[in-house]
Design a protein around this ligand. Structure first.
Ligand SMILES: *Cc1c(COP(=O)(O)O)cnc(C)c1O
Length: 436
């Protein structure tokens, strides 16, 4: 399959090129030349299939022979070694838990798939690929764990000293092996500027094969269709003849775009609800077709604090820039911090189930949509994007109690932090990378 840039100025790319480049040369996002379709018969065959079979079937259509089937199957098997459970809270209301990967958040799906594909391409070319990432927290840890131990790859993370949570810092600095954490004496913008300068440094690029692994990479998007396909088939088995409604807590809109692709591929999905926090540029657009991004506001669901989401360009592309078509498939609802805390409490009181602040936004957005649109009283699934133990303070505020920390997380907290101090002067970063 061939991939185009949403800005339409770059030459089309193979799957490999699109994956290793991340962002197209013209600054646009890569999109597939066509959306692969699954016939009713093909879907019927996948109905009782395990997660990895569904993942492989979808990946194969996008990859279109560039990677031999046996290698692609091995990649899928190495990526998805954890469960994706669907939990029923009450009749017609489910939660799909996307947080059973190594960093306890849904970004593990995308980061792991991208990591193993990058490793495959690097081995094919007999090169060592260096992944350079600036992170304010969550993306970096998913990338670090995704690439951990992947042959022919190494990761250099830049994070702002003192500006990430303790848990995030531990997740960034204790992986070791092929992952190096640089603790930058500045803020996140400094980290991003340093990384950008490295990518523009011709001399450096002669010595190192650099790639960015950032969140708009097409190979992070594709695996985000797998769990919608899987979830919709699980739901169809429980409710024959019904199609799923998915409520998606959204920030940069990569997760939701994965869902839209799964629907367009032919999986039994009826509708989406985009739940945003106070950063509501897209949910406002879905009301009146006007896109007016605002500056980013800080909220309790911090991984969704994005004022101008980059995947919005992709969503628009998939709906051929037709606002009405997009609004027919997706309803938007914005949820305040007060509502977020209320929802954590009410879900716990009603079902004895603890959700994190991001999932709570998705849950409340679903409830709001059901009040105004009766057709949404259908089997509905809230995408749960993070384990509540990652947001202990918010849970404490909402429920006035401490929650147990899973062993995996406690183990990370107990490890010794190893980071290399780095100034905000690009010369220092360049010198470090040259010696790597
Ligand atoms: C990144 C993230 C989101 C937002 O996902 P997008 O794909 O950016 O919309 C939601 N919840 C959590 C926990 C996240 O880490």
């Amino acid at each position: 399959m061939i991939f185009y840039s949403t800005n339409k100025q770059s030459t089309p790319a193979s799957f490999k090129k699109a994956t290793l480049e991340g962002l197209a040369g013209d600054g646009g996002l890569y999109v597939p030349s066509e959306i692969p379709r699954f016939s009713t018969d093909e879907i019927e065959l996948l109905k009782d299939a395990p997660f990895n079979h569904i993942a492989f079937a979808i990946a194969k259509k996008f990859n279109d022979g560039e990677i031999p089937d046996d290698s692609l199957w091995k990649i899928v098997e190495r990526c998805f070694t954890f469960e994706t459970p669907l939990v029923e809270l009450e009749k017609n209301t489910y939660v799909e838990e996307l947080f059973h990967g190594p960093t306890l958040a849904f970004k593990d799906y995308g980061a792991r798939f991208l990591a193993h594909l990058t490793g495959h391409f690097a081995q094919e070319d007999h090169t060592l690929i260096t992944v350079l990432v600036a992170t304010s927290g969550d993306t970096g840890s998913a990338v670090a764990y995704g690439f951990k131990g992947v042959p022919n790859t190494r990761v250099v993370l830049l994070y702002p000293s003192g500006k990430v949570s303790r848990l995030q810092e531990q997740q960034l600095t204790t992986v070791g092996g092929n992952v190096t954490a640089l603790e930058v004496n500045g803020d996140f913008d400094d980290c991003q500027r340093l990384v950008k300068q490295a990518f523009m440094d011709a001399e450096l690029k002669q010595c190192l094969a650099l790639t960015s692994a950032n969140s708009i990479n097409i190979s992070r998007l594709i695996p985000q269709t797998f769990y919608y396909a899987w979830g919709s088939l699980q739901l169809a088995a429980l409710h024959p003849g019904k199609k799923a409604v998915f409520s998606v807590p959204s920030g940069n809109y990569g997760n939701l775009t994965g869902g839209v692709l799964a629907k367009m591929m032919g999986f039994p999905i009826k509708h989406f609800i985009a739940g945003s926090n106070a950063n509501d540029s897209v949910t406002r657009y879905l009301e009146d077709g006007r896109y007016e991004p605002h500056p980013t506001v800080e909220t309790l669901s911090s991984a969704m604090d994005v004022g101008n989401p980059s995947n919005f360009a992709r969503l628009r592309h998939f709906y051929a820039d037709d606002y009405r078509a997009m609004a027919a498939d997706i309803s938007g609802n914005s949820v305040s911090d007060t509502e977020t805390l209320d929802t954590i409490k009410s879900v716990y009181d009603r079902f004895g189930y603890i959700i994190d602040p991001h999932t709570a936004v998705g849950f409340r957005a679903l409830e709001k949509s059901r009040q105004t649109n009766a057709t949404l009283n259908e089997p509905s699934t809230v995408m749960s994007t993070a384990h509540p133990a990652k947001f202990i303070e918010a849970i404490k505020e909402a429920l006035d109690m401490d929650i147990t920390i899973p062993d995996r997380l406690q183990e990370v907290l107990d490890r010794k932090k190893i980071s290399i101090p780095m100034s905000t002067d690009y010369k220092d970063l360049a010198a470090f990378l040259m010696k790597l």
